[in-house]
Design a protein. Sequence first.
Length: 256
Amino acid sequence: MLLRVRVEFEGGASGHEMNGEGHSTDLNVTGCSVESTQNLSPGAYLTLRIYLPDAAQPVNVALARVRWTNATSFGVEFIQLPHNDQLRLNELTMDTLEDEATSIPHAPLNPQAGRYTILLVDDDPAMLHLCNTLLARDGFNVLQAAGSTEAMAICATHVGDIHVALVDVLLQPPAFRLKTEKGDSSRVNGHTLVKSLTATRKRLRTIMMSTNSKASLANNGIDLSDVPFLLKPFSHERMMTLIRQQLESLSDSVAS
């Protein structure tokens, strides 16, 4: 379902104040694009009011930065967002993903999908459930892990190939370490986990996913510039496009 919301904005740069309004169809917790012919410059700072359906009060973005512009729209990154409004956006985007999941036909979309196994790694139970629903209805065999320790255990014990792993970048580490026969197994974040996964299974293809943009992650020392990446919330189509690309690269490597 395409959600179209009204956005009011004000602010500017270099002393040139402006205000206007537009619409967005790709709202998520990290930012959005706004359809508007207002002349803005990349780097300008704005405040936004986003009017959600059936909501008495708008979502107030205290500070957003214009990242790009063209003749008909511009994109903003949210910098300061009150916690309650962040929760509202989280709920909205998860509901949108849920609607998409329940609208998918129960018959597999790809009769070849049953040949492939996908590993999902995410500490968000709702996201784990939704991605599992989407992929299972597409006919994939799906394995689920709530963290890095569980993912490594699956990789070590699963009989058969695991073709693609979808891994959340920022997995929450608990305050304990698990003992195994080979010693301590501490939890790590997703970008570290994928190195261990691919060391264990050489042909495994990986896709990272996060609510933080690549630029934001890079500012915190996590370089994903050459890594297939999904910015949450993402569409079913976008997820399937990346999975197909990774499966194709896997087939190409086998053929060569």
